[in-house]
Write a protein that binds this ligand. Structure first.
Ligand code: 1GP
Length: 233
């Protein structure tokens, strides 16, 4: 079955806990040519800051997804195209594999399955908040990562495999291995993309590159360069 992300090259991830550069609006970020906006972050996420960003982006014509970091901050909003729910395959704590998900299903008796998709994360930067938070085992080589990617796709039917280096540019060989480990799943890569070249290097192997901090640190022109690289790769 075709999925929206089959056609994506680039996702802009906006962190509701982080400021935008002076003079930059959410509308400007929505107009960078990115294929979708994902609203999510690890630390400092509240229902209030999540809804503020979702409402601001909803006014613009770009696919809009929420990536909630825990069940308490899931926002019910018809403007959302869907929910992308992380499950961390190399988490040390099972809470981040299925525990938080169980809580969500328990709390929300009317979950919108049509608009809900999981992302099989493989967290690779041990210094990132997401690694600390989930107690991820980041000591993985290319074979480990390829195997996790295959497990995610073949055994757990995941449509999205997400190699996450949040905060640092990853190892191309690792991303290449994840690509080799997947067949039908869409491979997302995120972490440390800050210009055309870094975007291109990861987009060679990943189906979709995810750009986060750059939007908060540099703004619109820098993000546009990465959109261009994702299309060129
Ligand atoms: C974070 O993968 C994204 O979840 C993007 O990472 O903020 O390092 O671009 P950066």
């Amino acid at each position: 079955m075709p999925t929206p992300w089959d056609d994506w090259n680039h996702v802009l991830k906006i962190d509701p806990d982080k400021e935008l550069p002076d003079g930059v609006t959410y509308g400007d970020l929505c107009a960078t040519g990115t294929d979708a906006i994902e609203v999510g972050g690890t630390m400092g996420i509240t229902e209030e800051n999540m809804s503020d960003v979702i409402e601001a982006c909803a006014e613009h014509d770009v696919p809009l997804y929420q990536e909630p970091s825990n069940p308490e901050v899931v926002i019910q909003d018809d403007a959302l195209d869907g929910y992308l729910i992380p499950t961390v395959f190399n988490a040390g704590s099972p809470f981040w594999i299925t525990g938080a998900h169980k809580e969500w299903v328990r709390i929300d008796t009317d979950l919108d399955w049509e608009r809900t998709t999981t992302e099989a994360y493989i967290v690779m930067n041990p210094d990132a908040d997401v690694a600390t938070y989930t107690e991820a085992d980041c000591d993985l080589d290319a074979d480990d990562v390829a195997s996790y990617a295959t497990v995610a796709e073949r055994m757990f039917g995941q449509e999205i495999v997400y190699v996450e280096y949040s905060g640092m540019l990853g190892d191309e060989g690792i991303v290449e291995a994840a690509a080799e480990g997947t067949d039908d799943a869409t491979l997302f890569y995120g972490g440390g993309i800050n210009d055309y070249d870094s975007a291109y290097s990861m987009a060679q192997y990943a189906d979709v590159i995810v750009v986060g901090d750059l939007a908060h640190d540099e703004g619109v022109d820098a993000v546009r360069e990465t959109v261009e690289a994702a299309a060129d790769a």
